[in-house]
Ligand binder design. Structure first.
Ligand SMILES: O=P(O)(O)OC[C@H]1O[C@H](OP(=O)(O)OP(=O)(O)O)[C@H](O)[C@@H]1O
Ligand SMILES: O=c1[nH]c(=O)c2nc[nH]c2[nH]1
Length: 190
Protein backbone atom coordinates (compact mmCIF):
# COMPACT_ATOMS: atom_id res chain seq x y z
CA UNK A 1 0.00 0.00 0.00
CA UNK A 2 1.90 2.99 -1.34
CA UNK A 3 0.38 5.63 0.95
CA UNK A 4 1.32 3.60 4.02
CA UNK A 5 4.87 3.10 2.77
CA UNK A 6 5.21 6.87 2.19
CA UNK A 7 3.99 7.50 5.72
CA UNK A 8 6.52 5.02 7.14
CA UNK A 9 9.30 6.67 5.10
CA UNK A 10 8.37 10.18 6.21
CA UNK A 11 7.26 9.65 9.83
CA UNK A 12 8.64 6.27 10.91
CA UNK A 13 11.68 6.25 13.19
CA UNK A 14 14.08 3.31 13.22
CA UNK A 15 14.89 2.70 16.88
CA UNK A 16 17.07 -0.36 16.30
CA UNK A 17 17.59 -3.12 13.73
CA UNK A 18 14.41 -4.77 15.08
CA UNK A 19 12.16 -1.91 16.18
CA UNK A 20 10.33 0.69 14.11
CA UNK A 21 8.53 3.52 15.88
CA UNK A 22 5.33 4.60 14.16
CA UNK A 23 3.62 6.34 17.03
CA UNK A 24 3.06 9.48 14.95
CA UNK A 25 0.29 7.78 12.92
CA UNK A 26 -0.41 4.17 13.93
CA UNK A 27 -0.02 3.12 17.53
CA UNK A 28 -0.11 6.22 19.71
CA UNK A 29 -1.29 9.21 17.69
CA UNK A 30 -3.57 7.85 14.97
CA UNK A 31 -4.08 9.27 11.48
CA UNK A 32 -7.81 8.58 10.98
CA UNK A 33 -7.78 9.15 7.20
CA UNK A 34 -4.89 6.72 6.75
CA UNK A 35 -6.63 4.26 9.07
CA UNK A 36 -9.81 4.53 7.00
CA UNK A 37 -7.83 3.69 3.86
CA UNK A 38 -6.16 0.77 5.65
CA UNK A 39 -9.64 -0.55 6.49
CA UNK A 40 -10.73 -0.16 2.87
CA UNK A 41 -7.65 -2.00 1.63
CA UNK A 42 -8.12 -4.96 4.02
CA UNK A 43 -11.80 -5.07 3.06
CA UNK A 44 -10.90 -5.13 -0.65
CA UNK A 45 -8.47 -8.00 -0.12
CA UNK A 46 -10.80 -10.11 2.05
CA UNK A 47 -14.21 -9.17 0.63
CA UNK A 48 -14.78 -12.60 -0.94
CA UNK A 49 -13.70 -14.57 2.15
CA UNK A 50 -17.13 -14.62 3.79
CA UNK A 51 -15.89 -12.88 6.95
CA UNK A 52 -18.42 -12.79 9.81
CA UNK A 53 -16.19 -11.43 12.61
CA UNK A 54 -12.91 -9.59 13.00
CA UNK A 55 -10.61 -10.41 15.91
CA UNK A 56 -7.68 -8.32 17.12
CA UNK A 57 -5.65 -7.70 20.28
CA UNK A 58 -5.66 -4.55 22.37
CA UNK A 59 -4.34 -1.99 22.13
CA UNK A 60 -2.81 -1.17 18.77
CA UNK A 61 -4.80 -3.62 16.66
CA UNK A 62 -8.09 -1.97 17.51
CA UNK A 63 -7.95 1.02 15.16
CA UNK A 64 -7.22 -0.89 11.92
CA UNK A 65 -9.60 -3.68 12.98
CA UNK A 66 -12.50 -1.30 13.57
CA UNK A 67 -11.96 0.43 10.23
CA UNK A 68 -11.94 -2.95 8.49
CA UNK A 69 -15.07 -4.03 10.35
CA UNK A 70 -16.79 -0.83 9.28
CA UNK A 71 -15.97 -1.55 5.62
CA UNK A 72 -16.97 -5.22 5.76
CA UNK A 73 -20.01 -4.57 7.96
CA UNK A 74 -19.05 -7.11 10.64
CA UNK A 75 -18.43 -6.89 14.42
CA UNK A 76 -14.94 -6.48 15.82
CA UNK A 77 -13.75 -8.31 18.95
CA UNK A 78 -10.55 -7.29 20.68
CA UNK A 79 -8.87 -9.75 23.00
CA UNK A 80 -8.13 -8.19 26.38
CA UNK A 81 -4.73 -8.35 28.00
CA UNK A 82 -5.90 -7.45 31.49
CA UNK A 83 -8.51 -8.91 33.78
CA UNK A 84 -11.70 -6.90 34.13
CA UNK A 85 -14.66 -7.08 36.49
CA UNK A 86 -16.90 -7.03 33.40
CA UNK A 87 -15.35 -10.21 31.99
CA UNK A 88 -17.78 -12.47 33.81
CA UNK A 89 -18.49 -14.98 31.02
CA UNK A 90 -16.66 -18.11 30.05
CA UNK A 91 -13.27 -17.01 28.78
CA UNK A 92 -11.16 -18.41 25.98
CA UNK A 93 -7.52 -17.63 26.77
CA UNK A 94 -3.98 -17.88 25.44
CA UNK A 95 -0.58 -16.80 26.69
CA UNK A 96 1.19 -14.12 24.60
CA UNK A 97 4.62 -12.55 24.93
CA UNK A 98 4.42 -8.83 24.13
CA UNK A 99 7.07 -7.64 21.67
CA UNK A 100 7.24 -4.04 22.92
CA UNK A 101 6.50 -4.56 26.61
CA UNK A 102 8.56 -7.76 26.93
CA UNK A 103 6.13 -9.40 29.34
CA UNK A 104 3.99 -12.51 29.03
CA UNK A 105 0.27 -11.94 29.49
CA UNK A 106 -2.88 -13.98 29.34
CA UNK A 107 -5.16 -12.69 26.60
CA UNK A 108 -8.88 -13.42 26.74
CA UNK A 109 -12.07 -13.29 24.70
CA UNK A 110 -15.49 -14.06 26.16
CA UNK A 111 -16.63 -17.35 24.60
CA UNK A 112 -20.13 -16.04 23.80
CA UNK A 113 -18.74 -13.64 21.17
CA UNK A 114 -17.41 -16.41 18.93
CA UNK A 115 -19.25 -19.43 17.61
CA UNK A 116 -18.36 -22.45 15.50
CA UNK A 117 -20.11 -20.91 12.47
CA UNK A 118 -17.94 -17.79 12.51
CA UNK A 119 -15.45 -17.06 9.74
CA UNK A 120 -12.84 -14.89 11.39
CA UNK A 121 -10.40 -12.39 9.95
CA UNK A 122 -7.55 -11.53 12.34
CA UNK A 123 -6.19 -7.98 12.06
CA UNK A 124 -3.16 -6.50 13.82
CA UNK A 125 -0.88 -3.47 13.45
CA UNK A 126 2.45 -5.37 13.45
CA UNK A 127 3.72 -8.85 12.69
CA UNK A 128 7.15 -9.59 14.19
CA UNK A 129 7.66 -13.03 15.75
CA UNK A 130 4.02 -14.00 15.42
CA UNK A 131 3.30 -14.39 19.14
CA UNK A 132 0.20 -12.15 19.14
CA UNK A 133 -1.23 -13.76 16.00
CA UNK A 134 -0.62 -17.29 17.32
CA UNK A 135 -2.39 -16.44 20.59
CA UNK A 136 -5.40 -15.09 18.72
CA UNK A 137 -5.49 -18.11 16.37
CA UNK A 138 -5.44 -20.43 19.39
CA UNK A 139 -8.48 -18.68 20.88
CA UNK A 140 -10.38 -18.82 17.59
CA UNK A 141 -9.62 -22.54 17.26
CA UNK A 142 -10.82 -23.11 20.86
CA UNK A 143 -14.13 -21.51 19.80
CA UNK A 144 -14.37 -23.96 16.89
CA UNK A 145 -14.52 -21.04 14.43
CA UNK A 146 -12.73 -20.84 11.07
CA UNK A 147 -9.81 -18.47 10.49
CA UNK A 148 -9.98 -17.05 6.96
CA UNK A 149 -6.81 -15.00 7.11
CA UNK A 150 -4.52 -12.55 8.82
CA UNK A 151 -4.35 -8.87 7.85
CA UNK A 152 -1.26 -7.00 9.03
CA UNK A 153 -0.55 -3.30 8.68
CA UNK A 154 3.26 -3.52 9.02
CA UNK A 155 5.11 -6.82 8.65
CA UNK A 156 8.76 -7.05 9.61
CA UNK A 157 9.57 -9.80 7.15
CA UNK A 158 13.05 -10.36 8.58
CA UNK A 159 11.51 -11.73 11.78
CA UNK A 160 10.04 -15.21 12.01
CA UNK A 161 6.29 -14.55 12.28
CA UNK A 162 5.24 -14.73 8.65
CA UNK A 163 7.27 -17.84 7.86
CA UNK A 164 6.00 -19.74 10.90
CA UNK A 165 2.37 -18.77 10.33
CA UNK A 166 2.49 -19.51 6.59
CA UNK A 167 3.68 -23.02 7.40
CA UNK A 168 0.23 -23.61 8.91
CA UNK A 169 -1.37 -22.70 5.55
CA UNK A 170 -2.70 -19.36 6.82
CA UNK A 171 -3.40 -16.62 4.25
CA UNK A 172 -1.48 -13.48 5.26
CA UNK A 173 -2.02 -10.06 3.69
CA UNK A 174 0.41 -7.37 4.84
CA UNK A 175 0.03 -3.79 3.65
CA UNK A 176 3.72 -2.93 4.10
CA UNK A 177 6.49 -5.52 4.22
CA UNK A 178 9.82 -4.46 5.68
CA UNK A 179 12.90 -6.39 4.56
CA UNK A 180 15.36 -4.63 6.85
CA UNK A 181 15.85 -1.84 9.37
CA UNK A 182 19.65 -1.97 9.13
CA UNK A 183 21.74 1.23 9.21
CA UNK A 184 18.76 3.23 10.41
CA UNK A 185 17.01 2.77 7.04
CA UNK A 186 13.64 1.19 6.23
CA UNK A 187 14.01 -1.16 3.24
CA UNK A 188 10.74 -2.53 1.88
CA UNK A 189 10.47 -6.03 0.47
CA UNK A 190 8.25 -5.11 -2.45
O1 LIG B 1 4.36 -10.76 16.01
P1 LIG B 1 4.64 -10.35 17.43
O2 LIG B 1 6.06 -10.68 17.85
O3 LIG B 1 3.63 -10.87 18.40
O4 LIG B 1 4.59 -8.74 17.47
C1 LIG B 1 3.42 -8.07 17.06
C2 LIG B 1 2.62 -7.61 18.25
O5 LIG B 1 3.44 -6.71 19.02
C3 LIG B 1 2.70 -5.54 19.33
O6 LIG B 1 1.96 -5.75 20.50
P2 LIG B 1 2.47 -5.13 21.88
O7 LIG B 1 1.88 -5.93 22.98
O8 LIG B 1 3.96 -5.06 21.86
O9 LIG B 1 1.94 -3.64 21.86
P3 LIG B 1 0.50 -2.94 21.85
O10 LIG B 1 0.01 -2.94 23.26
O11 LIG B 1 0.80 -1.57 21.30
O12 LIG B 1 -0.46 -3.68 20.95
C4 LIG B 1 1.76 -5.40 18.15
O13 LIG B 1 0.64 -4.61 18.47
C5 LIG B 1 1.39 -6.81 17.81
O14 LIG B 1 0.24 -7.25 18.51
O1 LIG C 1 5.70 0.02 17.42
C1 LIG C 1 6.07 -1.15 17.17
N1 LIG C 1 7.23 -1.32 16.49
C2 LIG C 1 7.74 -2.54 16.19
O2 LIG C 1 8.81 -2.66 15.57
C3 LIG C 1 6.96 -3.66 16.59
N2 LIG C 1 7.13 -5.00 16.45
C4 LIG C 1 6.09 -5.58 17.02
N3 LIG C 1 5.24 -4.65 17.54
C5 LIG C 1 5.77 -3.45 17.28
N4 LIG C 1 5.32 -2.21 17.57
Amino acid sequence: MELLKQKIRSEGIVLSERVLKVDAFLNHQIDPRLMQQIGQEFARRFRDAGVTKIVTLEASGIAPAVMTGLELGVPVIFARKHQSLTMTDNLLTASVYSFTKQVESTIAIAANHLSATDRVLVIDDFLANGKAAKGLLSIIVQAGATVVGLGIVIEKSFQSGRRELEETGLRIESLARIASLENGQVQFLE
